[in-house]
Design a protein around this ligand. Structure first.
Ligand code: 5AD
Ligand code: SF4
Length: 452
């Protein structure tokens, strides 16, 4: 915070309020991290803009999960050469998961001279100090901390909305799924202490936030490193006991740790949203083993059965990877039959992308890109049918939803299970309130209905 003040003093001496643009890629964890970076920037005296031409500082918070995400980032950072040419004082910072990958950091250092400051997730809390170092010496700063250290609490936050909020409850991942870069760039699991999490949630509830999502790469193993006598189900229950009218969500869960106790806890409280994101990744036992997922198809289906027994109307969503190295056509068919057996409400589908340094990147991968794409398209087409049928089943029902915003097509709302509902009536004063909505229409993406 001392560094924030020093930079604030420098900014106050300028003839204008400097503007920062924060460009965020990837998952909700990154969105939550960007809210902290904005918190710091605000303390340093920056205003905000979405226009890189107006920005005095551009902060790109990157994602390394797939190659496509990385290429988009590098393309956009490449284009910042032009804005910097027009405004040589513009400061360009690159942070997030890509910055923690040694080969990316090297490439940026050597070939992206417009980038002044680079730091990975481990150094996020030190952003003000690193920015100060750059400003004071005028030399590029590349921070390669390998050690995540302990969790920094008390970082200021500028949240993006006033209805929905993210609360990180833990950082990192211990699972080392063989395709995944996350444990390498975000480090091992570290849980925030229950009292700081519950205090943050109580503060959000008091401020009027209505939809609060607890975030972590694997929330079900929250607390294992703390020795605090609580597990994730206990934390969720304690959060639900906080007074106020709000819904609690959480993501993401690893099937191996999704426990009966958690299902029962969800069933016991109306404040815990009836939705569960439970990535299955593949339908074949052999592929799951090669992915190091440590559960099998039958085990996964059993979790789904028990989840539905505890919460009959639960909305279940999932992630799946198509074309993991060595996956055969028969094995892919097992993914097709699994999605039919479960009937997910929505599915996030990805084509396997090799990540430098992960075990899967050195496995033999004989299936062509075209064939994987054909599998992928079949999977998406089938899931679209399933999603549409699931959505059609809402027609005629009246569902309690949170009206959460507005776009060019009108008011939007979310069911407890987080399905998008487009409102055909209602005024803006509904935003931020729970309303009963009669569902009148549905397609594969969303529902439509009227507030009654
Ligand atoms: N290739 C493709 N998809 C991946 N995911 C993670 N790593 C990879 C990769 N290398 C997917 C998984 C995960 C989601 C967030 O991204 O399905 O659950
Ligand atoms: Fe990656 Fe697996 Fe950890 Fe999820 S559980 S972040 S897929 S290593």
């Amino acid at each position: 915070m001392d560094y924030c003040q020093k930079i604030h003093a420098m900014n106050a001496a300028l003839d204008h309020t400097p503007l920062a643009m924060v460009d965020t890629y990837g998952c909700q964890q990154n969105e939550a991290d960007s809210e902290r970076l904005r918190g710091y920037l605000s303390q340093m005296g920056y205003g905000f803009t979405d226009d890189e031409h107006q920005a005095d500082l551009v902060l790109v918070n990157t994602c390394a999960i797939r190659e496509h995400a990385e290429q988009r980032v590098l393309g956009n950072v490449g284009a910042l050469v032009h804005t910097k040419r027009k405004n040589p004082n513009q400061i360009i910072c690159l942070c997030g998961c890509m910055a923690q990958e040694p080969h990316v950091a090297k490439k940026v250092k050597e070939s992206y001279h417009q980038v002044d400051l680079l730091f990975g997730p481990h150094a996020l809390w030190r952003f003000p100090e690193l920015l100060w170092r750059f400003k004071a010496a005028g030399k590029r700063v590349f921070e390669f901390a390998d050690d995540p250290g302990s969790i920094a609490e008390g970082i200021p936050v500028v949240r993006q909305g006033s209805v929905k909020a993210w609360v990180s409850i833990m950082y990192g991942c211990n699972n080392f799924c063989s395709y995944c870069i996350v444990p390498y760039v975000r480090g091992r699991e570290r849980s925030r202490k229950p009292e700081v999490i519950l205090e943050e949630i109580a503060g959000l509830a008091a401020e009027g936030y209505k939809d609060i999502t607890l975030l972590g790469q694997n929330v079900n193993s929250w607390g294992k490193d703390l020795d605090c006598g609580m597990d994730f189900a206990d934390l969720l229950k304690a959060a639900a006991d906080i007074p106020g009218e709000f819904l609690l969500r959480f993501m993401t869960s690893h099937p191996k740790d999704a426990s009966q106790k958690l299902f029962d806890t969800m069933a016991s409280s109306e404040k815990i949203a009836p939705c569960f994101h439970l990535p299955f990744q593949a339908g074949s036992d052999r592929v799951l083993k090669a992915m190091n997922r440590v559960y099998g198809r039958a085990g996964y289906l059993d979790k789904v059965r028990r989840l539905r027994a505890a919460i009959p109307d639960v909305v279940i969503t999932s992630d799946v990877i198509v074309g993991f190295p060595g996956e055969t056509a028969e094995e892919f068919e097992e993914t097709m039959t699994l999605i039919d057996e479960v009937g997910f409400d929505a599915l996030f589908t990805f084509i396997y992308s090799p990540r430098v340094g992960t075990p899967a990147a050195s496995m033999e991968d004989p299936v062509s890109r075209e064939e994987k794409l054909a599998w992928f398209q079949r999977l998406v087409a089938r899931q679209d049918e399933i999603s549409e049928a699931k959505h059609r089943a809402y027609i005629g029902k009246t569902v309690r939803c949170l009206v959460d915003g507005k776009d060019e097509k009108g008011l939007t709302a979310r069911t407890g299970g987080n399905r998008l509902v487009r409102l055909t009536n209602g005024a803006e004063d509904l935003i931020g309130r729970f309303a009963d909505i009669r569902i009148t229409g549905a397609n594969k993406w969303s529902l439509s209905g009227e507030a009654v």
